[in-house]
Design a protein around this ligand. Structure first.
Ligand code: 13P
Ligand code: SF4
Length: 336
């Protein structure tokens, strides 16, 4: 039995960001979530940075590109998005007539927050001869001001798809932007934003760790800073990193991205060792505090009561959809 007071919880929803209802510890959440999914024709889309239990109940688990592609083709009536706010927005932009719910409305993103729409608009207006390529980790307002969206899986191909003489603004991640400049030799104007998780890795500690584990390969997400990327054996999106550890024959990896991905790496390659890259602080965790606001209990409650629901402005959704569609078209062209 579930002890609930849905009316009180609904009243407090805006303040808290989630349905604060006690869930009985005796309830088999995995079973209940399965039952509710079928009853409601719901789909759970989850990012690799979610906690392991959420990954285990997801219908689709993936990186930002995979999640956007799944959202674009789903036939479910209800989309439960286990990720952060900008990801749920992306699913809603691609499904304006569907209900999109998320476990915790306050699951934000430091990178998306680094580019407020009004400031980005002013920046763009100063450079009218530039087109805008935005990383998907941005708000719907910034998406609506962009010409093409990209993710870490397709960014290189997206930049290369733009004519060589076309000037480009890249936002909001300065680290991914700098990495793309190096890879594509394009001179892009970068917005000065960054991800709080990927900027925290310590070069000094990683170097020492490599000495202790000489056979371990360093694999890194392109949101990491340049000194980390410079010494990485492989750089890729979360899906790219996971696939690399499956095909590569090393037995040990130092993983410079959010620690949630280790769950899938360990499941896919049970004999291998995965060491989270050490951060630049005393805590030994690489968890994204925003991603980890979601819990299995919150997921269960949002599926059950279909709250909190993501409500977006229709005009904003229409404008933000155009660069998203462009990204999906270009990705399909390259078989990504
Ligand atoms: P990808 O999902 O593209 O690997 O990006 C990682 C990330 O930071 C998501 O918040
Ligand atoms: Fe944002 Fe970084 Fe967290 Fe991804 S890992 S949601 S980019 S803060």
């Amino acid at each position: 039995m579930v002890d609930i007071n849905i009316n009180v919880a609904t009243k407090n929803l805006e303040k808290k960001g989630f349905l604060d209802i006690n869930v009985s510890p005796e309830l088999d959440l995995f079973k209940e979530i399965e039952r509710l999914k079928k009853e409601k024709n719901a789909i759970i889309l989850a990012h690799y940075y979610q906690e392991a239990d959420i990954q285990d109940v997801a219908d689709y688990l993936g990186d930002s590109l995979g999640l956007a592609q799944q959202a674009a083709k789903t036939e479910a009536d209800l989309i439960v998005f286990a990720g952060v706010h900008f990801m749920a927005e992306t699913a809603k932009i691609l499904n304006p007539n569907k209900k999109v719910v998320l476990p915790d409305l306050k699951a934000g993103c430091s990178l998306a927050d680094s580019a407020p729409g009004f400031l980005f608009k002013a920046f763009k207006e100063k450079h009218p001869d530039h087109i805008v390529i935005s990383y998907i980790n941005c708000t719907a307002e910034v998406k609506a001001l962009s010409d093409i969206i990209c993710t870490s899986s397709n960014a290189e191909k997206i930049v290369e798809s733009v004519p060589k003489d076309q000037k480009i603004i890249f936002a909001p991640d300065r680290n991914l932007g700098a990495y793309l400049i190096k890879k594509t030799s394009r001179d892009m104007l970068l917005w000065d934003g960054a991800c709080m998780v990927h900027e925290i890795f310590s070069l000094e500690k990683i170097t020492k760790l490599k000495v202790r584990h000489p056979k371990a390969k360093l694999i890194a997400h392109p949101e990491c800073e340049e000194p980390i990327l410079r010494i990485a054996d492989f750089i890729g999106s979360t899906t790219g990193l996971l696939k690399y550890t499956q095909r590569d024959d090393a037995q040990e990896y130092i993983v410079a991205t959010e620690a949630g991905i280790l769950h899938q790496m360990e499941l896919a390659s049970p004999g291998k060792t995965f060491i989270p890259a050490p951060p630049n602080n005393s805590c030994a965790c690489n968890d994204c505090p925003h991603m980890k606001l979601n819990t299995l209990e919150k997921l269960y409650l949002c599926l059950k009561y279909e709250k909190p629901e993501l409500i977006m402005d229709e005009v904003l959704m229409k404008e933000a959809r155009k660069p998203m569609d462009r990204m999906l078209e270009i990705s399909a062209r390259y078989g990504l």
